[in-house]
Each structure stands twice: as structure tokens, then as C-alpha cells.
Design a protein around this ligand. Sequence first.
Ligand code: AMP
Length: 215
Amino acid sequence: MKNVFILIGAPGSGKGTLSKMLVDKLNIAHISSGDMLRAEITKGSELSLQLKELLSEGKLIDDNLMTEMINTRIQQEDCKNGFILDGYPRTLQQVKLLDKMLSQSEIKLYAFYLEIDDDTLIKRITGRYACANCGAIYNKYTANPKKEGVCDKCSGTVFTTREDDNIDTFNKRLGTFKAELQEILAFYQKLGILYKFDATLGKDKMQEKLLEIIN
Ligand code: AMP
């Protein structure tokens, strides 16, 4: 039976880090809805302009369109052992659409909720930057490269920030995230598959807890 992990957490709560742990442990596909949308934007398709505007304003993409994109993605070969959904579902409607989509599959479903306070989030988001060459993530307050201005992983010297990682857009994204959070958590709680993580715990403790759950 394949494992499917749903990661629920505000922007900056560490869904990417937890995903990486799961990928390393279980060799399953990591599906980030935000990354999918950003990739679509770079294609210059008809949809790109529309998506670009929504993302830069911190607004959500239509539930059906997002679900369709995810549905196409999970049919791919690399998802056959299982996959991680990072950033999807984000609304109660998406939760219901996903539930329907997976209802015929033989899967074991986990919903992981990363709990974190707003102040920590703001620091993580407004300080976040990445190496333009390899994508390694840094933070100007808490995690700069060992040598200033030089990427630890690939020695690149050009860095970028995400357009939506500014305080105004962040506040909107956080508000959007919180809008239906309780209903989403209640849905998975009722199914008995909700696991809560303290997202400020640090990588080692998070990994420990993760292993306890999946083993
Ligand atoms: P993220 O990288 O997960 O923070 O997502 C970046 C942006 O992509 C969000 O602020 C939304 O505009 C859009 N987005 C990502 N996932 C979803 C989703 N499941 N439903 C609707 N919009 C999404």
C-alpha cells in the first residue's frame, strides 16, 4: 500500500524541510503546489500571466484548476510508491476534492500539521533567500552561508528572493492560510489521521517524531 502525506502549515512553517526528510526516508515523490505553479509561470503559457498576478498578490488559485493539476501530477510514474502533497489541499473544498480523488486508491493517508507562531514565521519569510544556481535556501537572520555571499552547496554567488516573500503579501498569505485551517484540521482529525508537529522543534526532533509515526 502506498503512503500519501498531506503537509499542512503556514508559508514558512517548514513544509519543505519535512518533505525532504520524507523523500530521503521513503524515496517518494515530493509535490509542491507552489513550485508547480511557479514552474507553470515560467512556461509563458496563456495561464502564466493569470497565475503570476494571483501569486504576487498572495491569492489562491481556483480549487478545481489546482485539483486538476495535482490529479495529473499524481498519475506520473514517480508517484507509484507514494507521494507528499506540500501546499495542497489549502481550502476545505480542495480537501473534499482530494478525498474524492483518492477514494478509489489503495493508500495510507497521513495529515501532518506544522504548528508555529506568527512572529517566527515573519522572520523566516522576510529573511528567506535562495541561491540562484542550486536553489539552496538561506535566511538573513538565522542561516546565512558560512562564507558571506557564497553558497555553501555550489559556491554560487548570485542569490534571489521570492516575489511573494515580502511582509504585505505574506500577511495576506497567512490570512488566507488561516481562513479555513480549523475546518481542514477538523476534517482530518475526524478521519483519525491528523498528526501535529511543533515546527520550532528543530530538524532532529522533527525527524525523531516523524520516524515514530511512520515506523
Ligand atoms: P507556496 O509556495 O506553497 O507558499 O505557494 C505560493 C502561492 O501559490 C500561494 O500563495 C498561492 O497563491 C498559490 N498556491 C499554492 N498552492 C495552492 C493551492 N493548493 N491552492 C490555491 N493556490 C495555491
